[in-house]
Design a protein around this ligand. Structure first.
Ligand SMILES: *[C@@H]1O[C@H](CO)[C@@H](O)[C@H](O)[C@H]1NC(C)=O
Ligand SMILES: *[C@@H]1O[C@H](CO)[C@@H](O)[C@H](O)[C@H]1NC(C)=O
Ligand SMILES: *[C@@H]1O[C@H](CO)[C@@H](O)[C@H](O)[C@H]1NC(C)=O
Ligand SMILES: *[C@@H]1O[C@H](CO)[C@@H](O)[C@H](O)[C@H]1NC(C)=O
Ligand SMILES: *[C@@H]1O[C@H](CO)[C@@H](O)[C@H](O)[C@H]1NC(C)=O
Ligand SMILES: *[C@@H]1O[C@H](CO)[C@@H](O)[C@H](O)[C@H]1NC(C)=O
Length: 176
């Protein structure tokens, strides 16, 4: 347990280091910004995130992160909680996203992803909370296909998107 906590902490610090080393903020700039502004992460998620393969929870919500999600992110196969909401990530979700089989919470709200809503989310059968609101109008697809297997869903957020089709039957049992 202790070891787990320590590696978790180390992982978090490493992540912060990676993230900060990617930002363009210089010491001088930093001096002139409020603490709140400095705390915001900028740039894109670095490839090296894939090295944090023991990470179980990753929360980067409400920063200024942009760009594509690196494929290496899907190396974090122990993740059960991933919150990337309120950034400006773009592009397609990597095909190997399906590796994140342990995910229980996935929050991609308020980003600029594009492409078909990945039918491969179908394989994330442990999902209990899925938020795909305000992602961008070019993120579309057939909901029915994508959500069919997600029988553990307890919360589903789909506001302001361009999805089509019907919801699977079991969804009617959800309290949305
Ligand atoms: C920081 O602010 C000072 C004055 O408030 C200014 O002289 C300096 O150029 C600024 N530095 C940067 C990097 O913006
Ligand atoms: C994925 O994680 C393994 C350790 O589990 C590591 O050896 C490998 O380099 C990582 N791959 C990437 C792309 O980060
Ligand atoms: C992951 O945790 C195991 C112990 O549970 C440890 O042996 C391994 O080095 C850790 N890997 C990383 C990349 O921290
Ligand atoms: C988000 O990124 C897109 C390009 O991918 C850009 O056109 C848009 O202005 C950005 N939005 C914000 C709020 O930064
Ligand atoms: C998800 O459902 C499809 C049929 O819609 C099935 O082929 C696939 O094996 C299922 N995946 C899992 C992980 O249960
Ligand atoms: C919404 O999705 C449909 C296909 O399902 C596509 O034809 C249409 O262009 C999309 N609308 C926008 C605004 O992207």
């Amino acid at each position: 347990m202790m070891w787990h906590t320590i590696t978790h902490l180390l992982s978090s610090i490493m992540l912060l280091f990676f993230m900060l080393s990617q930002t363009t903020t210089t010491a001088n700039d930093a001096n002139n910004k409020s603490l709140e502004e400095i705390a915001l992460l900028e740039g894109s998620i670095p490839e090296q995130i894939g090295l944090l393969s023991n990470l179980t929870q990753l929360s980067l919500y409400d920063n200024r992160l942009t760009g594509y999600l690196p494929v290496s992110l899907t190396n974090l196969t122990r993740l059960d909680y991933l919150d990337l909401s309120y950034n400006n990530f773009s592009g397609h979700l990597p095909d190997s996203f399906t590796n994140l089989i342990r995910l229980k919470t996935l929050n991609l709200d308020s980003n600029s992803f594009s492409g078909e809503f990945p039918a491969l989310l179908t394989d994330l059968i442990h999902l209990e909370e899925l938020y795909l609101g305000s992602i961008s109008n070019s993120f579309s697809g057939e909901l029915h296909v994508s959500l069919t297997n997600l029988t553990h869903l307890k919360r589903l957020g789909l506001s302001d998107n361009n999805f089509s089709g019907e919801l699977p039957d079991f969804i009617t049992n959800l309290t949305i």
